[in-house]
Design a protein around this ligand. Sequence first.
Ligand SMILES: *Cc1c(COP(=O)(O)O)cnc(C)c1O
Length: 414
Amino acid sequence: MNPPQKVYYFDNNATTRIAPEVVDAMIPFLREMWGNPSSAYAFGAQVHGHVEAARAKVAALVGADPKEIIFTSCGTESNNSAIHSALISSGKRHVITTAVEHSANINFGEYLQKQGFEVTYLPVESDGSLDLHLLEKSIRPDTAIVSVMYANNETGVIFPIEEVAAICRSKGTLCHTDAVQVPGKLKLDAHQLGVDFLSLSAHKLHAPKGIGLLYVKRRTKYTPYIIGGHQEKGRRGGTESVANIIAFGRAAELAMATLDEENTRVRALRDRLETFILTNIPNTVRNGAKEPRLPNTVNIGFDFVEAEAVLLLLDQIGICASSGSACTTGSLDPSHVLSAMGVKPMRARGSVRFSLGIYNTDAEVDYLIQHLPPIIQKLRDISPLNPAHQDNDRYDIAGARAKHEQDLAMAKTE
Ligand SMILES: *Cc1c(COP(=O)(O)O)cnc(C)c1O
């Protein structure tokens, strides 16, 4: 199958295009300045200076001091490291997180439970919001850390992290936030938030995959997760991923510069898409609160269709979107985020996330808006889930289902 010429990319919460400026910034560190920043001679030491300049740039993005930044390999490592550090440093055995976190937390929590730790997954309301009273009541004397994401990658719903951190402080518990979806969309200020730990991942802000950071508040005790050399002041072993760090620094500058655009032009594109779908395609709902929400994200439940089928037909015409998170693609389970919000399995399985970004244009949204309704119509026409068909006793439900599944299987093997 030849990939279509043009990609219509509406999956910016899964990963983002690397900005050309970011590629330009990193190339010298792949071609010429490839020395080890820990080496004593000038060829290595000059690289060290650039790593520290990048650290200052990402620190500015986070609203932190450069000394509070540890470079990691990804958002997943940052989340795991924060929770691990809190447990080891405190000797306590209990962790609180939410039922709607990224799989980085959900699955690490399950791993911890198998090791004998206790993990509480806080439920959420039907609009995806968090009950802060419940959070406060759930904190125990043996709670090592509360880890609550800043903005949800599937629905865009934003949690009140400043309030979460204040509750943690009043209870003497550490607080971590997974802010991976936030930079470039909301202003970040770790000091004002009052959290002890905060995670970012560069590939969500137009830099390469494989580089992230963990903010650790000054004077918060930190126990390393990756143990080895004395890099990152002994807090994370492993030779620095120099070109990626440089890229992250450049992307941090760009993210601050595009904050306005994301909240005006990109938000308007998202709103146009959302309004079009909800008013022109019947039996559709938005999953999650309208506000507070990331300006780029919309998650729509299309009744009587399977999201996987919608995504396959969109893919055939070059449109990238997703159901839930990329990390759960391939499993037929409905999204754990939508399930936690009480969305019925049938609707959850028909839910699609569109996440926009600074590279999306009006014309691309036009293209999506033009093609989506006939795709939904076509799938509903053959859908055994469609009640219009269930009323019609001459309609061959089993046959339609079999055909639908055959089509899906064919499309998957193409
Ligand atoms: C993408 C994502 C992660 C994981 O980041 P990686 O760098 O891919 O490990 C964690 N949390 C959220 C909210 C994300 O969107």
